[in-house]
Design a protein around this ligand. Structure first.
Ligand code: FCB
Length: 464
Protein backbone atom coordinates (compact mmCIF):
# COMPACT_ATOMS: atom_id res chain seq x y z
CA UNK A 1 0.00 0.00 0.00
CA UNK A 2 1.43 3.39 -0.90
CA UNK A 3 1.89 6.01 1.77
CA UNK A 4 -0.63 8.30 0.05
CA UNK A 5 -3.25 5.57 -0.04
CA UNK A 6 -2.56 4.72 3.61
CA UNK A 7 -3.02 8.36 4.54
CA UNK A 8 -6.35 8.52 2.71
CA UNK A 9 -7.58 5.32 4.37
CA UNK A 10 -6.56 6.56 7.80
CA UNK A 11 -8.27 9.86 7.12
CA UNK A 12 -11.47 8.05 6.12
CA UNK A 13 -11.56 6.13 9.39
CA UNK A 14 -10.72 9.30 11.26
CA UNK A 15 -7.26 8.36 12.58
CA UNK A 16 -4.04 10.27 12.65
CA UNK A 17 -1.80 8.88 9.92
CA UNK A 18 0.79 7.17 12.05
CA UNK A 19 3.12 5.40 11.90
CA UNK A 20 4.92 6.70 8.84
CA UNK A 21 6.65 9.99 8.34
CA UNK A 22 6.07 12.67 5.76
CA UNK A 23 8.20 12.56 2.65
CA UNK A 24 10.39 9.98 1.01
CA UNK A 25 12.61 7.63 2.97
CA UNK A 26 16.16 7.76 1.59
CA UNK A 27 17.78 4.60 0.29
CA UNK A 28 20.06 2.82 2.72
CA UNK A 29 22.40 1.97 -0.16
CA UNK A 30 23.79 5.46 -0.15
CA UNK A 31 22.62 7.12 3.08
CA UNK A 32 25.65 8.13 5.14
CA UNK A 33 27.97 8.47 2.13
CA UNK A 34 27.34 12.21 2.13
CA UNK A 35 28.68 12.64 5.65
CA UNK A 36 32.25 13.85 6.10
CA UNK A 37 35.15 11.43 6.49
CA UNK A 38 35.61 10.34 10.08
CA UNK A 39 32.10 11.48 11.10
CA UNK A 40 31.47 9.98 14.56
CA UNK A 41 28.54 7.56 14.65
CA UNK A 42 27.18 6.49 17.98
CA UNK A 43 24.56 6.24 20.67
CA UNK A 44 23.83 8.19 23.83
CA UNK A 45 22.65 7.32 27.33
CA UNK A 46 22.62 8.96 30.77
CA UNK A 47 23.67 7.45 34.10
CA UNK A 48 20.41 7.70 36.01
CA UNK A 49 18.41 6.38 33.09
CA UNK A 50 20.42 3.17 32.66
CA UNK A 51 22.65 2.35 35.65
CA UNK A 52 20.15 1.39 38.33
CA UNK A 53 20.66 1.66 42.07
CA UNK A 54 21.34 5.38 42.18
CA UNK A 55 20.52 7.44 45.26
CA UNK A 56 20.07 11.07 44.26
CA UNK A 57 17.46 13.84 44.16
CA UNK A 58 15.26 11.70 41.90
CA UNK A 59 15.07 8.88 44.44
CA UNK A 60 12.44 10.46 46.72
CA UNK A 61 10.83 12.26 43.81
CA UNK A 62 10.15 8.98 42.02
CA UNK A 63 8.27 7.68 45.04
CA UNK A 64 6.10 10.80 45.35
CA UNK A 65 2.94 12.24 43.84
CA UNK A 66 1.50 15.61 42.89
CA UNK A 67 -1.08 17.24 45.18
CA UNK A 68 -3.91 15.71 43.12
CA UNK A 69 -2.55 12.22 43.77
CA UNK A 70 -1.06 11.59 40.31
CA UNK A 71 2.32 9.89 40.68
CA UNK A 72 5.36 11.92 39.66
CA UNK A 73 6.33 9.10 37.32
CA UNK A 74 3.76 8.17 34.66
CA UNK A 75 3.60 4.46 35.48
CA UNK A 76 4.21 5.00 39.19
CA UNK A 77 7.41 2.95 38.99
CA UNK A 78 10.74 4.25 40.25
CA UNK A 79 13.90 3.93 38.15
CA UNK A 80 14.98 1.03 40.40
CA UNK A 81 17.46 -1.21 38.66
CA UNK A 82 16.91 0.57 35.31
CA UNK A 83 18.93 -1.32 32.66
CA UNK A 84 21.34 -2.49 35.37
CA UNK A 85 24.10 -0.98 33.28
CA UNK A 86 26.18 -0.43 36.38
CA UNK A 87 26.72 -4.19 36.30
CA UNK A 88 26.27 -4.85 32.61
CA UNK A 89 28.74 -2.70 30.75
CA UNK A 90 29.87 -5.84 28.89
CA UNK A 91 26.40 -6.15 27.41
CA UNK A 92 26.17 -2.47 26.57
CA UNK A 93 29.53 -2.58 24.85
CA UNK A 94 28.63 -5.74 22.94
CA UNK A 95 25.38 -4.12 21.76
CA UNK A 96 27.31 -1.09 20.53
CA UNK A 97 29.99 -3.15 18.85
CA UNK A 98 27.35 -5.17 17.04
CA UNK A 99 26.18 -1.91 15.44
CA UNK A 100 29.64 -0.62 14.51
CA UNK A 101 29.51 2.55 16.60
CA UNK A 102 32.57 4.79 16.69
CA UNK A 103 31.50 6.90 19.67
CA UNK A 104 29.45 6.61 22.88
CA UNK A 105 28.02 9.44 24.92
CA UNK A 106 27.28 8.53 28.54
CA UNK A 107 27.26 10.36 31.84
CA UNK A 108 28.99 9.83 35.15
CA UNK A 109 26.75 10.07 38.20
CA UNK A 110 27.82 12.75 40.69
CA UNK A 111 25.85 11.14 43.55
CA UNK A 112 27.72 7.87 43.04
CA UNK A 113 31.17 9.43 42.91
CA UNK A 114 30.64 11.96 45.70
CA UNK A 115 27.77 10.62 47.82
CA UNK A 116 28.46 13.17 50.55
CA UNK A 117 30.40 16.38 50.18
CA UNK A 118 34.14 15.79 49.83
CA UNK A 119 33.79 11.98 50.07
CA UNK A 120 34.98 10.16 46.96
CA UNK A 121 34.07 6.66 45.89
CA UNK A 122 37.29 5.41 44.34
CA UNK A 123 35.78 2.07 43.35
CA UNK A 124 32.98 3.78 41.41
CA UNK A 125 35.53 6.02 39.72
CA UNK A 126 37.62 2.99 38.80
CA UNK A 127 34.60 1.41 37.16
CA UNK A 128 33.91 4.45 34.98
CA UNK A 129 37.58 4.54 34.15
CA UNK A 130 37.49 0.92 33.10
CA UNK A 131 34.57 1.70 30.78
CA UNK A 132 36.50 4.47 29.08
CA UNK A 133 39.58 2.25 28.68
CA UNK A 134 37.49 -0.50 27.13
CA UNK A 135 35.61 1.88 24.86
CA UNK A 136 38.86 3.27 23.56
CA UNK A 137 40.30 -0.23 23.09
CA UNK A 138 37.20 -1.01 21.01
CA UNK A 139 37.78 2.05 18.82
CA UNK A 140 34.85 3.91 20.41
CA UNK A 141 35.47 7.56 21.31
CA UNK A 142 33.86 8.37 24.68
CA UNK A 143 31.96 11.62 25.18
CA UNK A 144 31.47 12.09 28.92
CA UNK A 145 28.61 14.16 30.29
CA UNK A 146 29.12 15.40 33.85
CA UNK A 147 25.59 16.50 34.72
CA UNK A 148 22.59 14.86 33.12
CA UNK A 149 19.64 16.10 35.20
CA UNK A 150 20.42 14.53 38.61
CA UNK A 151 21.98 15.97 41.76
CA UNK A 152 23.46 14.28 44.82
CA UNK A 153 21.05 14.66 47.73
CA UNK A 154 23.50 16.90 49.61
CA UNK A 155 23.58 19.31 46.66
CA UNK A 156 19.80 19.25 46.28
CA UNK A 157 19.44 19.96 50.02
CA UNK A 158 21.35 23.19 49.38
CA UNK A 159 18.93 24.03 46.58
CA UNK A 160 21.06 22.84 43.67
CA UNK A 161 21.69 25.42 40.99
CA UNK A 162 19.16 27.84 42.48
CA UNK A 163 22.07 29.09 44.56
CA UNK A 164 25.44 30.32 43.39
CA UNK A 165 27.28 28.06 45.93
CA UNK A 166 26.75 24.92 43.86
CA UNK A 167 29.08 26.20 41.14
CA UNK A 168 32.16 25.60 43.26
CA UNK A 169 30.99 22.13 44.33
CA UNK A 170 30.32 21.19 40.70
CA UNK A 171 33.66 22.55 39.56
CA UNK A 172 35.47 20.50 42.23
CA UNK A 173 33.63 17.37 41.12
CA UNK A 174 34.37 18.00 37.45
CA UNK A 175 38.05 18.67 38.11
CA UNK A 176 38.36 15.41 39.94
CA UNK A 177 36.69 13.38 37.18
CA UNK A 178 38.76 15.26 34.58
CA UNK A 179 42.00 14.41 36.35
CA UNK A 180 41.05 10.76 36.77
CA UNK A 181 40.02 10.26 33.14
CA UNK A 182 42.44 12.61 31.44
CA UNK A 183 44.34 9.88 29.63
CA UNK A 184 41.23 8.13 28.31
CA UNK A 185 38.77 10.97 27.62
CA UNK A 186 39.11 14.11 25.49
CA UNK A 187 35.45 14.89 24.74
CA UNK A 188 33.63 16.50 27.69
CA UNK A 189 30.10 17.75 28.13
CA UNK A 190 29.72 19.51 31.50
CA UNK A 191 25.94 19.89 31.19
CA UNK A 192 23.10 18.32 29.30
CA UNK A 193 20.19 20.59 28.29
CA UNK A 194 20.17 23.26 30.96
CA UNK A 195 17.10 24.76 29.25
CA UNK A 196 15.06 21.57 29.62
CA UNK A 197 16.34 20.98 33.15
CA UNK A 198 15.25 24.45 34.28
CA UNK A 199 11.90 24.34 32.45
CA UNK A 200 10.91 20.95 33.84
CA UNK A 201 12.05 21.67 37.39
CA UNK A 202 10.89 25.29 37.76
CA UNK A 203 8.24 26.05 35.13
CA UNK A 204 6.18 22.93 34.54
CA UNK A 205 7.28 21.50 37.90
CA UNK A 206 7.25 17.91 36.69
CA UNK A 207 10.84 17.12 37.70
CA UNK A 208 12.58 17.77 41.01
CA UNK A 209 12.40 20.09 42.82
CA UNK A 210 8.86 20.33 41.41
CA UNK A 211 8.60 24.13 41.47
CA UNK A 212 5.87 25.39 39.21
CA UNK A 213 5.51 28.61 37.24
CA UNK A 214 8.60 30.31 38.64
CA UNK A 215 10.05 31.93 35.53
CA UNK A 216 12.48 34.04 37.56
CA UNK A 217 13.96 30.94 39.22
CA UNK A 218 13.96 29.09 35.91
CA UNK A 219 16.24 31.64 34.25
CA UNK A 220 18.29 32.10 37.43
CA UNK A 221 19.03 28.36 37.41
CA UNK A 222 20.06 28.51 33.74
CA UNK A 223 22.26 31.48 34.49
CA UNK A 224 23.93 29.71 37.45
CA UNK A 225 24.48 26.63 35.32
CA UNK A 226 26.13 28.69 32.58
CA UNK A 227 28.48 30.12 35.20
CA UNK A 228 29.16 26.61 36.49
CA UNK A 229 29.84 25.52 32.91
CA UNK A 230 32.46 28.26 32.51
CA UNK A 231 34.22 27.14 35.69
CA UNK A 232 33.98 23.46 34.78
CA UNK A 233 35.41 24.12 31.30
CA UNK A 234 38.36 26.05 32.72
CA UNK A 235 38.93 23.29 35.28
CA UNK A 236 38.86 20.56 32.63
CA UNK A 237 41.34 22.42 30.45
CA UNK A 238 43.66 22.71 33.42
CA UNK A 239 43.50 19.12 34.67
CA UNK A 240 43.16 17.22 31.40
CA UNK A 241 46.37 17.80 29.52
CA UNK A 242 46.64 14.38 27.88
CA UNK A 243 45.55 14.03 24.27
CA UNK A 244 44.00 10.57 24.60
CA UNK A 245 43.16 10.03 20.93
CA UNK A 246 46.18 11.76 19.46
CA UNK A 247 44.25 14.25 17.34
CA UNK A 248 46.10 17.23 18.76
CA UNK A 249 43.47 18.30 21.33
CA UNK A 250 43.57 17.17 24.96
CA UNK A 251 40.12 18.60 25.67
CA UNK A 252 37.13 19.25 23.46
CA UNK A 253 34.38 20.89 25.47
CA UNK A 254 30.76 21.02 24.46
CA UNK A 255 27.27 21.63 25.72
CA UNK A 256 24.40 19.30 24.77
CA UNK A 257 21.92 21.99 23.83
CA UNK A 258 18.27 21.02 23.45
CA UNK A 259 16.89 22.75 20.37
CA UNK A 260 13.32 22.69 19.19
CA UNK A 261 11.46 24.35 16.37
CA UNK A 262 8.89 26.79 17.76
CA UNK A 263 6.33 27.65 15.15
CA UNK A 264 3.52 30.18 15.75
CA UNK A 265 0.05 28.65 15.60
CA UNK A 266 -1.20 31.54 13.46
CA UNK A 267 0.08 34.64 11.70
CA UNK A 268 -1.25 36.81 14.52
CA UNK A 269 1.20 39.33 15.92
CA UNK A 270 0.83 37.83 19.38
CA UNK A 271 1.44 34.17 18.44
CA UNK A 272 4.40 35.26 16.31
CA UNK A 273 5.89 37.42 19.07
CA UNK A 274 5.51 34.75 21.78
CA UNK A 275 6.92 32.02 19.53
CA UNK A 276 9.86 34.34 18.86
CA UNK A 277 10.39 35.02 22.55
CA UNK A 278 10.22 31.32 23.41
CA UNK A 279 12.67 30.59 20.63
CA UNK A 280 15.06 33.22 21.93
CA UNK A 281 15.07 31.99 25.55
CA UNK A 282 15.11 28.29 24.70
CA UNK A 283 17.24 28.11 21.55
CA UNK A 284 19.38 31.22 21.20
CA UNK A 285 20.21 32.61 24.64
CA UNK A 286 22.55 29.77 25.60
CA UNK A 287 24.77 29.63 22.47
CA UNK A 288 24.80 33.43 22.45
CA UNK A 289 26.13 33.38 26.02
CA UNK A 290 28.91 30.95 25.04
CA UNK A 291 29.81 33.24 22.19
CA UNK A 292 29.64 36.64 23.84
CA UNK A 293 30.55 35.74 27.42
CA UNK A 294 27.43 37.60 28.54
CA UNK A 295 24.34 36.00 30.01
CA UNK A 296 21.22 37.75 28.81
CA UNK A 297 17.77 36.44 29.57
CA UNK A 298 14.77 38.61 29.10
CA UNK A 299 11.28 37.66 30.22
CA UNK A 300 9.42 40.98 29.98
CA UNK A 301 7.79 42.02 33.22
CA UNK A 302 9.40 39.15 35.18
CA UNK A 303 13.17 39.05 34.99
CA UNK A 304 15.99 40.59 33.01
CA UNK A 305 19.50 39.21 33.40
CA UNK A 306 22.37 40.93 31.65
CA UNK A 307 25.72 39.98 33.09
CA UNK A 308 29.25 39.47 31.79
CA UNK A 309 30.76 36.23 33.10
CA UNK A 310 34.47 35.50 33.34
CA UNK A 311 35.57 32.58 31.22
CA UNK A 312 32.19 31.99 29.57
CA UNK A 313 33.20 33.27 26.13
CA UNK A 314 34.97 30.44 24.32
CA UNK A 315 34.07 27.88 27.00
CA UNK A 316 32.84 25.46 24.36
CA UNK A 317 34.94 24.22 21.45
CA UNK A 318 32.05 22.61 19.62
CA UNK A 319 28.28 22.93 19.96
CA UNK A 320 26.15 19.82 20.30
CA UNK A 321 22.44 19.79 19.51
CA UNK A 322 19.82 17.48 20.98
CA UNK A 323 16.97 17.57 18.48
CA UNK A 324 13.67 15.68 18.65
CA UNK A 325 10.65 17.68 17.58
CA UNK A 326 8.84 20.94 17.04
CA UNK A 327 6.18 22.76 19.04
CA UNK A 328 3.34 24.80 17.63
CA UNK A 329 3.01 27.83 19.90
CA UNK A 330 -0.22 29.58 20.77
CA UNK A 331 0.07 32.69 22.95
CA UNK A 332 -1.48 32.43 26.43
CA UNK A 333 -0.53 35.49 28.40
CA UNK A 334 -2.20 34.09 31.51
CA UNK A 335 0.33 31.25 31.82
CA UNK A 336 3.87 31.52 33.19
CA UNK A 337 5.31 30.23 29.91
CA UNK A 338 3.19 32.86 28.07
CA UNK A 339 2.07 30.15 25.66
CA UNK A 340 0.57 26.74 25.23
CA UNK A 341 2.10 24.35 22.79
CA UNK A 342 -0.12 21.99 20.87
CA UNK A 343 0.23 19.48 18.12
CA UNK A 344 -1.26 20.06 14.72
CA UNK A 345 -3.83 17.44 13.82
CA UNK A 346 -2.93 14.98 11.11
CA UNK A 347 0.81 15.10 11.75
CA UNK A 348 2.83 11.94 12.29
CA UNK A 349 3.70 11.60 15.96
CA UNK A 350 5.65 9.27 18.19
CA UNK A 351 4.38 7.28 21.18
CA UNK A 352 4.59 10.40 23.35
CA UNK A 353 2.67 12.49 20.82
CA UNK A 354 5.77 14.38 19.64
CA UNK A 355 5.62 15.72 16.10
CA UNK A 356 8.05 13.89 13.80
CA UNK A 357 9.70 16.70 11.89
CA UNK A 358 13.09 15.79 10.34
CA UNK A 359 13.35 19.08 8.43
CA UNK A 360 13.70 20.75 11.83
CA UNK A 361 17.12 19.15 12.26
CA UNK A 362 18.25 20.57 8.92
CA UNK A 363 16.94 24.00 9.92
CA UNK A 364 18.70 23.89 13.29
CA UNK A 365 22.03 22.74 11.85
CA UNK A 366 21.92 25.53 9.27
CA UNK A 367 21.00 28.08 11.89
CA UNK A 368 23.58 27.11 14.49
CA UNK A 369 26.29 26.85 11.82
CA UNK A 370 26.26 30.61 11.72
CA UNK A 371 27.90 30.73 15.18
CA UNK A 372 31.01 29.17 13.66
CA UNK A 373 31.51 26.16 15.97
CA UNK A 374 31.75 22.64 14.58
CA UNK A 375 28.46 20.89 15.35
CA UNK A 376 27.45 17.49 16.70
CA UNK A 377 24.01 15.97 17.03
CA UNK A 378 24.37 14.75 20.62
CA UNK A 379 20.84 13.29 20.83
CA UNK A 380 18.17 12.40 18.32
CA UNK A 381 15.69 9.54 18.43
CA UNK A 382 12.08 8.70 19.07
CA UNK A 383 9.69 6.86 21.37
CA UNK A 384 8.47 3.92 19.30
CA UNK A 385 7.91 0.74 21.30
CA UNK A 386 6.71 -1.18 18.25
CA UNK A 387 9.70 0.00 16.18
CA UNK A 388 7.25 0.96 13.45
CA UNK A 389 8.84 4.19 12.36
CA UNK A 390 12.22 4.45 14.11
CA UNK A 391 14.10 3.33 10.97
CA UNK A 392 12.39 5.94 8.81
CA UNK A 393 12.84 8.58 11.50
CA UNK A 394 16.55 7.80 11.68
CA UNK A 395 17.00 7.72 7.92
CA UNK A 396 15.21 11.02 7.39
CA UNK A 397 17.17 12.74 10.15
CA UNK A 398 20.45 11.52 8.71
CA UNK A 399 19.32 12.79 5.31
CA UNK A 400 18.64 16.15 6.98
CA UNK A 401 22.22 16.17 8.30
CA UNK A 402 23.60 15.27 4.87
CA UNK A 403 21.63 18.11 3.34
CA UNK A 404 23.01 20.61 5.86
CA UNK A 405 26.55 19.25 5.32
CA UNK A 406 26.17 19.60 1.57
CA UNK A 407 25.25 23.23 2.11
CA UNK A 408 28.37 23.84 4.17
CA UNK A 409 27.46 22.96 7.77
CA UNK A 410 30.45 21.51 9.69
CA UNK A 411 28.69 18.56 11.37
CA UNK A 412 31.06 16.00 12.87
CA UNK A 413 29.01 13.37 14.64
CA UNK A 414 25.62 11.86 15.50
CA UNK A 415 24.46 10.13 18.69
CA UNK A 416 21.21 8.23 18.59
CA UNK A 417 19.05 8.45 21.70
CA UNK A 418 19.17 5.83 22.85
CA UNK A 419 21.25 2.69 22.79
CA UNK A 420 18.43 0.91 24.64
CA UNK A 421 15.11 1.55 26.35
CA UNK A 422 15.63 3.19 29.72
CA UNK A 423 14.04 5.18 32.53
CA UNK A 424 12.56 8.15 30.68
CA UNK A 425 12.26 10.62 33.59
CA UNK A 426 8.63 11.62 34.22
CA UNK A 427 7.50 9.13 31.59
CA UNK A 428 9.20 6.32 33.52
CA UNK A 429 9.22 3.09 31.58
CA UNK A 430 6.30 4.09 29.35
CA UNK A 431 8.50 5.53 26.60
CA UNK A 432 10.76 3.32 24.49
CA UNK A 433 13.57 5.24 22.81
CA UNK A 434 15.92 2.27 22.43
CA UNK A 435 17.50 0.73 19.40
CA UNK A 436 17.53 -2.26 21.73
CA UNK A 437 14.58 -3.22 23.94
CA UNK A 438 15.45 -4.28 27.50
CA UNK A 439 13.90 -7.12 29.46
CA UNK A 440 13.45 -4.92 32.53
CA UNK A 441 13.41 -6.44 35.99
CA UNK A 442 13.99 -9.89 34.57
CA UNK A 443 16.97 -10.97 32.46
CA UNK A 444 17.83 -7.38 31.44
CA UNK A 445 18.69 -8.80 28.00
CA UNK A 446 19.28 -6.15 25.36
CA UNK A 447 17.06 -7.30 22.50
CA UNK A 448 17.84 -5.91 19.10
CA UNK A 449 15.00 -4.09 17.35
CA UNK A 450 14.83 -4.16 13.52
CA UNK A 451 15.94 -0.50 13.39
CA UNK A 452 19.38 -1.62 14.62
CA UNK A 453 19.96 -2.87 11.07
CA UNK A 454 19.15 0.55 9.65
CA UNK A 455 21.51 2.19 12.12
CA UNK A 456 24.26 -0.30 11.23
CA UNK A 457 23.75 0.07 7.48
CA UNK A 458 24.02 3.86 7.61
CA UNK A 459 27.11 3.67 9.83
CA UNK A 460 28.79 1.32 7.35
CA UNK A 461 28.34 3.90 4.56
CA UNK A 462 30.12 6.72 6.40
CA UNK A 463 33.46 7.47 4.71
CA UNK A 464 36.37 6.43 6.96
C1 FCB B 1 16.33 14.50 26.26
C2 FCB B 1 17.16 14.05 27.45
C3 FCB B 1 17.35 12.56 27.52
C4 FCB B 1 16.11 11.81 27.15
C5 FCB B 1 15.57 12.30 25.83
C6 FCB B 1 14.36 11.56 25.32
O1 FCB B 1 15.75 15.75 26.53
O2 FCB B 1 18.42 14.66 27.43
O3 FCB B 1 17.80 12.24 28.81
O4 FCB B 1 15.18 11.90 28.16
O5 FCB B 1 15.26 13.67 25.93
Amino acid sequence: MTRALAAVLFALVGCTPRPGLDGAVPSLDTLGKGLPKGFLWGTATAAHQIEGGNDNDWTDWEAGSFPDGTPHIADGKPSGQACDSWNRFDEDLAAMQAMGVTTYRFSVEWSRLEPTEGAWDAAAMARYRDWTVRLRAAGIEPMVTLHHFTLPKWVAARKGFETTDTQAAFEAFVRRVGAELQDTVDFWCPFNEINVYAAQGYLSGVWPPGTKDDTALQVTVMSNMLKAHAKAAAGLREVDTVDANGDGAATVITHAHHVRVFQPASHSVLDTAIAGLTDDVANEAIPRAFQTGRIRFSVPGTIEIDEAVDGLAGSIDVLSLNYYTRDIIRADLGSAALSQSYFKGGRPRNDLGWDLYPDGLYLMLKRFSSYGWPLYVSENGTADAADDFRSDYLAQHVAAIERAVKEGADVRGYYHWSLMDNFEWAEGYTASFGLYAVDFGNTFARNKRPSVDTFTAIGANIPR
